[in-house]
Unconditional design. Structure first.
Length: 515
């Protein structure tokens, strides 16, 4: 936490952040007595009134989050943003990887595992919520729908927060919100569950873009691509494995609510990990903390220089070049949309589908955990393919694996039985490979003048796929897993064709050539 500053004002900011964390933690703890009292009813709280202790705890969480945010907020924001716009911080092309780089990657993988396991837990809570609240599946679909809506809002909000607060500060604020949203596990009504899931989604929505931004500013250029893919992929697979493993071990004993209450220790772990995450040197320089910025840059082999003046606009590109740009955007957008349909559609409802087939919650969670464990080593393969073979065909390969998984899900549905381990493993391999590659590839595929907008649009499409999937369920469109697999195959196959046709190789390419 020392990187927040050493002046009197900065020490006060540190104490404000600590005080806010304590208040949020106490607010969550105030909800645990009601959860403990429901032990005899297998921790079912539906219909129970909230007592004064819980109401007071909710107030503490709100006040604590505001205080923690105040402690992280920099002073003289306008002046600092103007100063940051004139600074470029980057590692030399051939800078070697040191212990600082590997340590940062390890910490950010853990942070992403914690981040991804929050929305990944949604699917494992659905069967228990349907049983406890006695409502149909389309009603419970409001929970993941609002959670995904929260991630859309969070993706926009957290981008702004990262620019104003700094990369590290935005991660810490996200962690504080994780701790606060753990009270979803003690909410007696479905409406409160929905509200807390929206807040959880808002906290989770911006973590991955912030992680990419922090790594991009710290990693040498020639190591940037594979490191982004590796960190993003390991975080995604690890998060799903953590969610499924926790469900297999804890849910049979404590019920579905324990998956939300687990946000308390994991969120606090993320806060503590903040001490190991360096702040962006660019952000430190903009705040006038030159000595701290120099320490960070020495550790990571980075240098700072004044930003170049904007180039004179180039003549209008030929129509064919424009067609290829729009073709690439369409290809990556459909790919991202397909990922959202699988990740927040098929995989989200798969635990409930397995329970409906006669599997117990513990057995279905164990099967999915085994699938995630099988998929875990492929993250390293994806990073290797992306950095050593081909960026374009690495993405196409992951789309093809997702198609293979969809075909096996269809076969499983038509056969009426069999183990779901291999189909789910292929889906997890393919989808986590896609999400690990598609955003770095998008950032490397478009000229600077549209790079931010194009990458942001592709990121938004990942959430849009999930919103479509949940919106169909809320609208009462009941699809079997086989029918859903067939429908998702169409955009996935189209994405494969478009990536193969419009995609361009970016490995080893100077991105300035795109301009």
């Amino acid at each position: 936490m020392g990187s927040i500053g050493s002046t009197l004002s900065d020490r006060q900011a540190v104490w404000a952040f600590v005080l806010g964390c304590v208040a949020v933690t106490l607010g969550v703890v105030a909800h645990l007595p009601m959860f403990a009292m429901a032990r005899a009813m297998h921790y079912r709280l539906a219909g129970m009134p909230m007592d004064d202790l819980m109401v007071g705890g909710m107030a503490l969480i709100i006040v604590g989050t505001v205080i923690a945010g105040y402690g992280l907020l920099p002073r003289n924001v306008a002046a600092q943003r103007a100063a940051a716009a004139e600074i470029v911080v980057a590692a030399p092309e051939d800078a070697p990887l040191g212990a600082a780089h590997w340590g940062l990657m390890a910490v950010l993988v853990v942070a992403l595992v914690i981040d991804v396991m929050k929305p990944a837990s949604l699917g494992f809570t659905v069967p228990g919520m349907i049983a406890e609240y006695g409502v149909p599946k389309k009603t419970v679909s409001l929970v993941p729908f609002f959670a995904l809506a929260g991630t859309v809002a969070g993706s926009v909000l957290w981008g702004w927060i990262a620019d104003v607060y700094g990369r590290k500060a935005s991660i810490l604020l996200s962690a504080v919100m994780f701790v606060g949203t753990s009270i979803c596990g003690a909410m007696p009504s479905l409406a409160w569950n929905i509200a807390m899931c929206f807040m959880m989604g808002a906290a989770a929505g911006g973590m991955l873009p912030v992680t990419y931004a922090l790594l991009a500013e710290m990693m040498p250029s020639r190591h940037r691509g594979w490191s982004l893919v590796l960190v993003g992929g390991m975080g995604a697979v690890g998060g799903y494995f953590a969610a499924s493993g926790m469900s297999a071990v804890l849910q049979p004993v404590f019920g579905w609510r324990i998956l939300w209450l687990a946000n308390l220790p994991t969120g606090l772990t993320l806060v503590l990990l903040g001490a190991l995450i360096p702040e962006s040197a660019k952000f430190l320089l903009a705040r006038g903390r030159v000595a701290e910025a120099e320490v960070v840059m020495r550790r990571f082999g980075a240098t700072a220089q004044a930003a170049r003046p904007p180039r004179v606009a180039a003549p209008r590109a030929p129509a064919l070049r424009g067609l290829h740009l729009y073709g690439k955007l369409a290809a990556l957008s459909i790919c991202a949309l397909s990922w959202g349909l699988v990740n927040f559609g098929l995989l989200l409802w798969l635990p409930a589908d397995l329970v409906a087939r006669g599997y117990s919650v513990g057995v279905s969670s164990r099967l999915l955990a085994e699938s995630a464990l099988i998929a875990f080593p492929t993250v390293f393969v994806a990073a290797l393919l992306y950095s050593r073979w081909s960026t374009k065909w690495a993405l196409a390969t992951m789309i093809a694996l997702t198609l293979a998984g969809l075909l096996l899900v269809l076969r499983l549905e038509m056969a009426g039985g069999g183990s779901p381990v291999l189909p789910v493993a292929l889906l997890i391999v393919g989808t986590n490979g896609i999400i690990a590659i598609v955003l770095p590839y998008a950032a490397e595929s478009f000229p600077m003048r549209v790079r931010g907008r194009a990458t942001g649009w592709v990121a938004a499409c990942t959430k849009a796929g999930g919103l479509i999937a949940q919106g169909l369920t809320i609208g009462g469109v009941a699809l079997s897993m086989g029918s859903a697999a067939v429908l998702v195959m169409v955009p996935t196959a189209l994405a494969f064709v478009l990536v193969g046709w419009f995609g361009r190789e970016t490995r080893g390419r100077d991105l300035r050539d795109l301009d």
